[in-house]
Write a protein that binds this ligand. Structure first.
Ligand SMILES: Cc1cc2nc3c(=O)[nH]c(=O)nc-3n(C[C@H](O)[C@H](O)[C@H](O)COP(=O)(O)OP(=O)(O)OC[C@H]3O[C@@H](n4cnc5c(N)ncnc54)[C@H](O)[C@@H]3O)c2cc1C
Ligand code: SF4
Length: 429
């Protein structure tokens, strides 16, 4: 009897601890959701889960499976509490024991344009292929797989009187894998990448981020056997592959237009014009950095992302933009020695940013480490200064570097011009 009472007491204590823990988790998730709503970060970037509340048992398996901490449990049901960080890899879908999750593109409010692509990765424009995230399917493994397969398919096309067999646009996982396949298949190729770095979106992951991927076959190299891998290790691996295989990549070359040219294409870039039989677009979905279009912007001191904060030690830096990447750049620079950081944003307040970034920025401003110029725009970039148009008139500041974080422009209009058809998805698979 004594034992029974003891067991009962233990069970009640365990149960109470469980309930307390669940309540704490529930309130944390509720808080996360409220913060996302307050910051205006409620729209997922692309593919994301939708939970059927009638089926969901609130088991938390999806919450545990999600490596991006995008899901939470509120009122016993799974909810996308941190929608902006969902990257659509579907670990939640696989983890759900009752099939309550489906993955969809876009939401009622925010449509996602997905190009029409055949099972052979060809768009409705014959000879124009699309691989990787631009086609809707993100993820490192899938992008790499599609890049390789697309080249294997397009190599079967007859070679015409073109200078090249294929121009591959984009140096992310899809483009890199396609480039290796082009070498293996002895194609005449050009691989162009608008940035000066390898790896596409992976290069932009937060420092030390663990990427969840799965083994994938790369032409010339064999299986890339990564499961969970630190971003830096993955980039190092790709750099090794490029060095070993001699894959040629034209960095800082941006595709600006594609025109029909008989049975092939003319690809126009900021540096060249290529006549090619086929084009493989492996552009991803981040787009081309939005420019300021002001005098002096062509100066080498203007860049469109912060790579290494250390290089700005002792410098006067202007960061332009009002999103998380602008705030994170300003914060990182403010922590370096001797920097003089100004953050210029055209609106009156920072909407749509993470609370954590807003708080850290406020702190940096209070400590005099960052000067914030709201309702300001850049007027002119001069050799040693920048001029801002502010609500109090023109202000000229000492300046050694400008970092523009004003988002990216998707090439949808440019691709539509050449005839690629898109479907706007509003919450469908
Ligand atoms: C924060 C974050 C975390 C993620 N974590 C994971 C993860 O853990 N596991 C996973 O599998 N996936 C993850 N993903 C998704 C994964 O990174 C992408 O799905 C994958 O990189 C897509 O590869 P891609 O080659 O299609 O495009 P991208 O990697 O985006 O590469 C496209 C390249 O094209 C270039 N480009 C674009 N336009 C032009 C132009 N006009 N001219 C020349 N070049 C151009 C871009 O500069 C870019 O380098 C994550 C994504 C994000 C944002
Ligand atoms: S799709 Fe991936 S990132 Fe999005 S909620 Fe599911 S597991 Fe998390």
């Amino acid at each position: 009897m004594q034992y029974l009472v003891l067991y009962a007491v233990v069970l009640v204590v365990v149960w109470l601890l469980y309930v307390r823990r669940q309540r704490r988790i529930h309130s944390q998730h509720q808080q996360q959701l409220e913060q996302s709503v307050a910051a205006g970060l409620v729209e997922p970037p692309s593919l994301h889960p939708v939970v059927d509340p009638l089926r969901c048992l609130g088991s938390s398996s999806c919450v545990t499976a999600c490596p991006e901490e995008a899901l939470g449990i509120i009122d016993g049901k799974a909810v996308l509490v941190n929608a902006a960080s969902c990257i659509g890899h579907g670990a939640c879908l696989k983890a759900c024991p009752v099939d309550a999750i489906k993955l969809v593109f876009g939401t009622e409010k925010r449509g996602i344009d997905i190009p029409n692509v055949s099972s052979e990765f060809e768009s409705n424009v014959p000879g124009l292929f699309i691989a990787g995230e631009l086609g809707g399917m993100g993820l490192i493994r899938k992008a790499a797989e599609q890049g390789r397969q697309a080249i294997e398919i397009l190599r079967k096309r007859a070679r015409g009187a073109h200078d090249l067999d294929v121009v591959i646009v984009g140096g992310g996982p899809a483009g890199l894998s396609a480039g290796l396949s082009a070498i293996e298949n002895k194609l005449r190729y050009k691989l162009i990448e608008q940035e000066e770095s390898l790896g596409g979106s992976v290069f932009h992951y937060p420092r030390n981020k663990i990427a969840m991927t799965a083994p994938v076959k790369l032409a010339l190299v064999g299986k890339m056997r990564f499961g969970e891998v630190q971003k830096e290790k993955l980039l190092e691996f790709w750099q090794g592959v490029v060095a070993k295989t001699g894959l040629s990549i034209n960095f800082r070359e941006c595709m600006e237009g594609i025109d029909r040219d008989g049975d092939g294409f003319i690809v126009r870039t900021n540096r060249n014009t290529y006549r090619t039989r086929s084009v493989l677009l492996a552009l991803g979905r981040r787009g081309t950095p939005r420019k300021l279009d002001v005098p002096g912007e062509e100066s080498p001191k203007v860049v469109y992302r912060l790579i290494d904060p250390n290089q700005y030690d002792g410098q006067a830096v202007l960061v332009v933009g009002g999103g998380d990447s602008a705030l994170e750049a300003a914060i990182a620079l403010s922590e370096r020695s001797g920097t003089q950081v100004t953050l210029s944003y055209r609106s009156a307040a920072f909407a749509r940013v993470k609370q954590k970034n807003r708080d850290t920025l406020d702190q940096a401003q209070r400590n005099g480490r960052v000067r914030i110029e709201l309702e300001s725009t850049v007027k002119n970039i001069e050799a040693a200064t920048v001029t801002l148009q502010t609500k109090d008139g023109l202000k000229t500041l000492r300046n050694d570097a400008v970092i523009v974080c004003a988002g990216g422009l998707l090439p949808t209009p440019l691709l539509q011009k050449i005839g690629i058809e898109f479907e706007t998805k509003h919450g469908t698979a």
